[in-house]
Write a protein that binds this ligand. Structure first.
Ligand code: GGG
Length: 360
């Protein structure tokens, strides 16, 4: 008998494999709740938004969609993007509309080796990789400002402008978030990713704010690295990193590199947080809709289940989050691996194994 909290979640499976991995994540979460001794239960509301919805309604989400989501405890998201719709329309119409509409300004993307998962970067099974990429999630290169065909130039001479907006408030809050996170970790190190040698306004502001905020955290080690050098450092000196804070675009690119180093993009979990908790936060695997494998039952559900763990942590159930993470580890350690990790387990088999491992 449930006498604990009923957690109200808005599920938005979205496009392609998003639908498969959100279904998998929901099964795992329901099994977790059933076994929680009444500590919590989930009440799910599913929203059919995405590219199919666009085909019928000419928009990616319902009119007033944000208002429909506002009172949920959290949003559990799959993926967005489908070949029939230009990617910038689907992304801005759904995922970014939610992230920016709810001011989910901090995106965290942990990067970790899992037991039993090999990768070209993993020289021995005991090699450690344990970072968190902190992505500024509200402005920067994703400010959505600019225009095309300015001045009405003739065909062949078109000009487009895409502005990156960096505000002192936006930079400071993400820096402080990264430093606060680093303080909870063993290494207590923050690396700021920049490109201030070439981008002399926004990225210099980014550096100035980083250096100023760092003074308030004398117990945290810091360094700063150009984004191009950082890509090389990910590969050549992974042990030198702990918390990596970067702009919207830089962090998006680097976190994909990091998850590939850990074995596959399919493993990567993420949380889009409104740390002030004024609005619901959104939890989603980092991967996209993967049209090439959608509907085949072979998508990797681990990124979605890992995102569910981040959601439980955020909602104040750290022991439940730990159980989810341990169940993922038990599954990969036992060699139940989907295709992107070199195995042949289906989405359903990996999901069942994770549910079985909740008991371990
Ligand atoms: N689950 C993540 C997702 O659907 N991503 C789609 C995508 O294209 N994202 C690009 C971005 O957010 O920068």
């Amino acid at each position: 008998m449930n006498s604990g909290k009923t957690i109200r979640i808005a599920a938005i499976p979205g496009d392609g494999v998003g639908q498969e991995v959100v279904a998998a994540g929901r099964m795992v979460l329901d099994a977790l709740a059933e076994d929680s001794n009444g500590a919590f239960a989930f009440e799910w509301t599913e929203f059919p938004w995405g590219s199919d919805y666009y085909a019928q309604h000419g928009r990616m989400m319902a009119e007033g969609g944000l208002e429909q989501l506002r009172d949920f405890d959290a949003i559990y998201f799959g993926a967005v993007g489908w070949p029939t719709i230009p990617d910038h329309i689907s992304l801005w119409g759904l995922r970014l509309a939610i992230c920016q509409g709810f001011d989910q300004w901090a995106n965290i993307r942990p990067v970790k080796f899992l037991p039993g998962v090999t990768s070209p970067m993993r020289k021995a099974d005991d090699t450690e990789l344990d970072w968190v990429v902190v992505r500024e999630n509200s402005e920067g290169e994703y400010a959505g400002m600019g225009g095309r065909n300015l001045g009405g130039r003739p065909p062949g001479g078109e000009v487009a402008v895409q502005s990156a907006i960096f505000t002192e408030v936006g930079c400071e809050r993400i820096m402080r978030f990264a430093f606060d996170l680093a303080r909870t970790r063993t290494r207590k190190h923050v690396t700021s990713v920049t490109k201030s040698n070439a981008q002399q306004y926004g990225m210099v502001l980014w550096d100035d704010v980083f250096n100023r905020v760092a003074k308030d955290y004398p117990d945290v080690e810091v360094d700063s690295c150009l984004v191009d050098a950082m890509a090389a450092r990910f590969i050549l000196q992974p042990e030198s990193l702990d918390v990596v804070v970067a702009s919207n675009l830089h962090a998006d690119i680097l976190s994909d590199l990091g998850s590939a180093m850990a074995g596959s993009l399919g493993l990567a979990a993420s949380a889009n947080l409104n740390p002030e908790r004024r609005t619901p936060s959104m939890f989603e695997p980092v991967h996209g809709s993967a049209p090439d494998i959608a509907g085949q039952g072979i998508a990797n559900p681990i990124g979605a289940v890992g995102s569910a763990a981040l959601m439980m942590e955020h909602l104040g159930f750290p022991a439940a989050a730990e159980r989810l993470n341990k169940a993922i580890e038990g599954t990969t350690a036992a060699g139940v691996l989907p295709r992107d990790l070199g195995g042949n387990a289906t989405t359903e088999e990996v999901t069942s194994a994770i549910i079985d491992n909740l008991q371990a």
